[in-house]
Ligand binder design. Structure first.
Ligand code: ZN
Length: 165
């Protein structure tokens, strides 16, 4: 396993549509492991394959409960509304206020290519919508109502944590 380079806003790979995964090759399995490592090392809660330059429909998420692997995810239901701050590992130093559905249900394949469903509420629902958007080249900055710089204080904390690892 290894850390991958996180692509940042302005990199055109982030704007392309990712392809469906038909066969989970050893290379893609390795990619999933690397995506988790990269996400945790960057203190993120979600990462989509295009963010590490790979145009495949793969997402990893860990909002603090369980690590989730989503292959070819599709949102099959969403309802309610939440307005809150959102950040992205591909947009360092910024957060934006984004309106999302409060609840969503996603159908996907797991790391064994078996179909399953994930149901999310609140932060997990926000994360699912944000990451699945990445697979179609969409970024939250397109729909954010306002953007802010991350305060010097919280940035300092994040850097300290990163140095400890
Ligand atoms: Zn993102």
């Amino acid at each position: 396993m290894a850390l991958r380079e996180i692509r940042e806003l302005g990199d055109e790979v982030l704007r392309k549509k990712a392809k469906e995964v038909k066969i989970l090759t050893p290379r893609l399995k390795e990619l999933i492991g690397d995506m988790f490592d990269t996400m945790y090392a960057a203190n993120g809660v979600g990462l989509a394959a295009p963010q590490v330059g790979i145009l495949r429909r793969i997402v990893v998420i860990d909002c603090g409960d369980d690590p989730i692997t989503l292959i070819n995810p599709v949102i099959v239901e969403k309802d309610g509304e939440q307005i809150g701050e959102e950040g992205c590992l591909s947009v360092p130093g910024k957060v934006g206020v984004v309106k999302r559905a409060m609840h969503c249900r996603v159908r996907a394949l797991d790391a064994d290519m078996k179909e399953y469903e994930v149901e999310g509420e609140g932060l997990l629902a926000r994360c699912l919508q944000h990451e699945i958007d990445h697979l179609d080249g969409k970024m939250y900055v397109d729909i954010a109502e306002e953007m802010h710089d991350v305060t010097a204080e919280s940035e300092g904390e994040a850097q300290e944590e990163a140095q400890e690892e």
